[in-house]
Design a protein around this ligand. Sequence first.
Ligand code: CTP
Length: 415
Amino acid sequence: MPTDLARLMLDPSLLPPEKRTLLSRVADQSAALGFPCYLVGGFVRDLLLHQPVNDLDVIVEGDAIRLGRALLQQYGGKLTPHAPFHTAIWHLPDSDETLDLITARSEAYEFPGALPSVTPSTIADDLRRRDFTINAMAVRVDGPHFGELLDPLDGQVDLQRGLIRALHPRSFVDDPTRILRAIRYEGRYRFQIEPATLKWIDAESLGVLSSLSGERLRHELDLILAEENAAAMLLCTESLGVLHAIHPALPRFDSTRANLLGQLPSADLNLPCERVTLGYLVWLLDVPAEDLTVLCRRLDFTSELSETLVGASRLKAQLPALTNSRPSVWTFALEKFPPLSVFVVSLVTREPALTTFLATWRNVKPHTDGETLKSLSLPPGPRYKEILSRLRAAWLDGEVKDEAEEKKLLEFLAK
Ligand code: CTP
């Protein structure tokens, strides 16, 4: 009798056929070695929710490195073993994709917030080390066991009830990134954090969160900003005291900006920007300049993101002085900022000049260039720049409308 999970794993709308093939290969090799083989975490959670899955989280009760070698011998590719953790990364043949192969393990945290030390163990122990019951289920896939659900912590019940439940009171102290993970799952599935779990997000676990590196915190915030429901999640981080714990200057997300999070620049603007980047810009635009640099450092932002953010904040402050200016004044002022800074300020303020700058003005150039000026026997020097700027301003402000008018103005300027 195929189980529910067996049926779900065979459904191509939930598990793409190429992943299904990969899964069979891993399961068969594992069975041949006599290692019970499981898929865990989000794979089981999302299948049970009838949602498509892509990531295969493979755990074996045995030696994941030996499994990796068997797969390598049979199918090719490359293997990167990591002996201290008993794990291996299989680089699939003829593809850029990789598959993590993990030995079932138990974990111990030397101090709160530390990365854990690991010891090979059983699948039951491996499930106990995890964050939430809904992520602590496994489905066995080797041989006749294909499709058997392991759910010792009643994850399926919580999944049906819509609850995010941590496994023990120290879970957030051991690993406070789980606080942000809880908020993310709550917002993604419209679940609730179970009341006892909510209480464990307390001064102690938030204190450990404060001590985490910028890189680890930013990674979790990136994951939140990549989500459809990011605005609600950010609001929740504020109400649980998470933002203050990360840094007191981190502001509450302005919920009136929620609909801006997905408004990426249209392709014709030629402004590459990812949802996560736009999210930070919309969220942090109003932070006072002196706090902004501190936050950029705390969250280990790239220099590009930091510069865009600082630029957007400065531009927003300068906007009143530019209102009702001529197009050339706008253009020469806006060109000093990263285009993405201009874009985010245009989203937030709806100032039409910013949109016109991005779509049109910044691309307006005169026909005349340095070569033309040389051919007029003008000696190169600062005058070149003056003349070219003046011609550009004339186009922008509608003083010249065609090449002949530009030529006339050039003759006048070059006298
Ligand atoms: N995990 C954990 N504690 C963490 C991170 C991960 O216990 N701080 C465990 C969970 O069991 C999780 C699994 O590792 O399900 C895989 O982690 P990850 O890939 O981050 O999450 P997914 O479950 O795949 O979910 P998603 O990527 O959709 O958030």
